[in-house]
Write a new protein. Structure first.
Lengths: 335, 301
């Protein structure tokens, strides 16, 4: 086990070096002169020259890469061209919102997905099974941005049940602790803020949860069907255990093992969905941040964010893999 | 008819067996049928569309369709903010959205097959190097990477095609590689080797044809997500640019008018995306069951 983790950590370092090279070159391959990007269109040649000097833009490209990497390792991802703020500060400010949204989505997706998958498998070929499978087919095929708009139209604009955008109604005060509003309102026992922030979170959370929910339901179903066919389940039944105990105590527990990896993978993938969801619901999170930065050609933000996010994503994937190996002793510790 | 040999046993090729199984799979057939209809409608857009996709008239902006008495005759799905016919824009828009998906997939298919074949067949350092690069590209969620690549390359559908193609290449390469690895060790390949067949001959005569099943299955399923990504890039503003009738872009423009109650302009492009993607997923799932029973169940790319 220890050897496996060490090996994976070694691999992680290689992947991260690769990620940094790709991130760096990606932005440097972008059309246009980086000095002009930094100084603005109308900067004088003297100003441009100063900027080139300051940011080492006259040095060979690999030297520039090392300067950039050294700064990045010290937590300095540069400054946004738009706001002039430090990219790392802007990321940290927006991270809790996105974290809250994705965690909320993955919790909904896991609970509903697993439940639907188990029912579907236990009652194979019933109406419930077909219903779940058709629902899952729609779910995996859903354009999230469209679903988000439809939810806003129905629940916010027509029924007036939920707010159209944002995280908290103006006028409601909430002390900021973690930056995750639902959690903060629980910590400060602030009931109005809790209800309000949850109301703001429910539509984007549900929209974002659709695809992982469908994937989890499909995976749970096939995993359950496989487990239910196995010998030990027959033994349990032969021992005279009740059907309920066979299914919920023994089958589900074994069927859930592969689901853990799926949930872990989906957690990273949700970030792609968060770009769309946050854009639709005008939520000030990381997804909207990167989408805006790309549209504004704010290269330091794109570069810094990409590096930061890829690192996070790789680490989350590694943790999922380790948990997977830990809970399933049948997996061999091989790269 | 061969009358001289009445008790001839009919020999079926593998393709025939597969096609037979596929025809029995109702989901796959419905998906295929829906796809054919979508393709005919989009390719034949100049014939089927009642109006030109860019026929602007502000006087008939945001008119509802057949469900309302406020609608105008000849505009069954209503009009968008510039008074353009939504049905006609859907048909022309499908050409854009679907071809972004197709070209992106074709790129990934060619690049991924070449890389996957090389990695799997050659093994060793080449294999390790290529797979590490794939690991690095996997370090980003697909849509995010496509967004960053497209944003860096600039705007437009050609950039969107390339961006999505690049993102899907490592996935395709992995699938091919694992198929190659499982075939490479088989005895008949070894026999070919001992007969003095060249590497390329073995790869193209034996390894590739035997890797076709997973390739077809995953291509279909990947095309579904490629189309979703194409529309998403259009929606975010880095793919197709106005006045293109691309589905994602149309949705993003129509989004501003939801507040005015004009739901139709945003609803129909979304339904078009959903139906296309569902058809592909139905066909892909069916193909998977028919072509490669080992993959049956919830396989994930």
């Amino acid at each position: 086990m220890k050897e496996y983790i060490l090996k994976r950590l070694g691999l992680l370092v290689i992947v991260l070096i690769g990620v940094s090279i790709i991130t760096f070159s990606l932005v440097r391959l972008a059309p246009g002169d980086p000095a002009v990007h930094l100084a603005g269109e109308h900067a004088s040649p003297q100003v441009l020259e100063n900027i080139r000097e300051k940011y080492h833009l006259n040095d060979p490209i690999y030297v520039q890469y090392f300067y950039w990497l050294r700064m990045a390792l010290q937590g300095d991802l540069g400054r946004s061209i738009e706001s002039r703020d430090l990219v790392i500060n802007e990321i940290m400010e927006r991270l809790p919102m996105t974290l809250e949204l994705t965690l909320f989505a993955i919790v909904i997706a896991s609970i509903i997905g697993i439940l639907a998958g188990v029912i579907s498998a236990v009652k194979q070929y019933s109406i419930a099974d077909y219903g779940v499978m058709i629902g899952a087919l729609f779910g995996v095929s859903m354009p999230v941005f469209w679903l988000g708009l439809m939810l806003i139209y129905i629940f916010s604009l027509q029924l007036g049940l939920t707010p159209v955008a944002g995280r908290l109604t103006t006028g409601i005060v909430l002390e900021r602790i973690t930056g995750m509003y639902v959690l903060d309102s629980i910590l400060t026992l602030n009931w109005p803020a809790f209800v309000d922030s949850l109301k703001h979170l429910i539509l984007p959370g549900f929209a974002l949860a659709t695809i992982p929910m469908a994937t989890v339901a499909r995976m749970t179903r096939s995993s359950m069907l496989e487990v239910l066919r196995q010998d030990f389940i027959r033994t349990e039944r032969a021992k005279g255990l009740s059907e309920r105990s066979v299914i919920y105590k023994h089958a589900v527990k074994n069927a859930l093992i592969p689901i853990v990896t799926v949930i872990g993978m989906e957690l990273g993938m949700l970030m792609g969905g968060a770009v769309l969801t946050e854009t639709i619901f005008t939520l000030p999170g990381l997804g909207k941040y990167i989408a805006d930065a790309i549209l504004a050609y704010d290269y330091p933000v794109v570069q810094g964010f990409t590096l930061f996010f890829a690192t996070l994503f790789v680490v989350v994937n590694l943790i999922t893999d380790i948990i997977y190996v830990y809970i399933d002793p049948r997996i061999k510790y091989e790269g | 008819m061969d009358t001289e040999n009445p008790i001839e046993v009919k020999q079926r090729t593998r393709t025939e067996i597969t096609l037979k199984q596929l025809r029995k799979n109702r989901t796959a057939m419905v998906g295929l049928g829906m796809l054919i209809v979508i393709f005919i409608l989009c390719i034949g857009a100049p014939i089927f569309a009642p109006h030109a996709p860019d026929d602007v008239d502000l006087d008939r902006g945001l008119k509802p369709g057949f469900w309302s008495k406020d609608g105008i005759a000849g505009y069954p799905l209503g009009t968008d903010n510039l008074g353009r016919d939504i049905l006609s824009r859907l048909l022309y828009g499908g050409r854009v959205t679907l071809s972004v998906g197709f070209v992106a997939l074709a790129f990934a298919l060619v690049a991924g097959t070449l890389l996957g074949l090389t990695a799997g067949y050659k093994g060793g350092i080449i294999d390790s190097a290529l797979m590490r690069i794939a690991d690095i590209l996997f370090a980003y969620p697909a849509l995010l990477l496509a967004l960053v690549v497209a944003g860096t390359l600039g705007r437009g559908i050609d950039k969107a095609m390339l961006a999505i193609g690049i993102v899907y290449t490592p996935q395709m390469a992995r699938i091919i590689r694992s198929a190659v690895l499982s075939i490479k060790e088989m005895e008949y390949i070894e026999a070919e080797h001992s007969l003095g067949a060249s590497d390329w001959r073995i790869v193209f005569k034996h390894v590739l044809p035997n890797s076709l099943a997973p390739l077809i299955v995953y291509s279909t399923l990947m095309l579904a997500t490629a189309i979703l990504d194409a529309a998403a890039l259009g929606f975010l503003g880095v793919g197709a640019q106005p006045p293109s009738p691309e589905w994602g872009l149309s949705l993003s423009i129509a989004r501003k008018y939801l507040v005015t109650g004009a739901w139709w302009a945003a609803t129909f492009p979304g339904i078009a995306i959903l139906i296309s993607v569902i058809s592909l997923n139905m066909l892909g799932d069916g193909l998977r069951d028919a072509l490669d029973p080992r993959l049956k169940g919830g396989t994930k790319i």
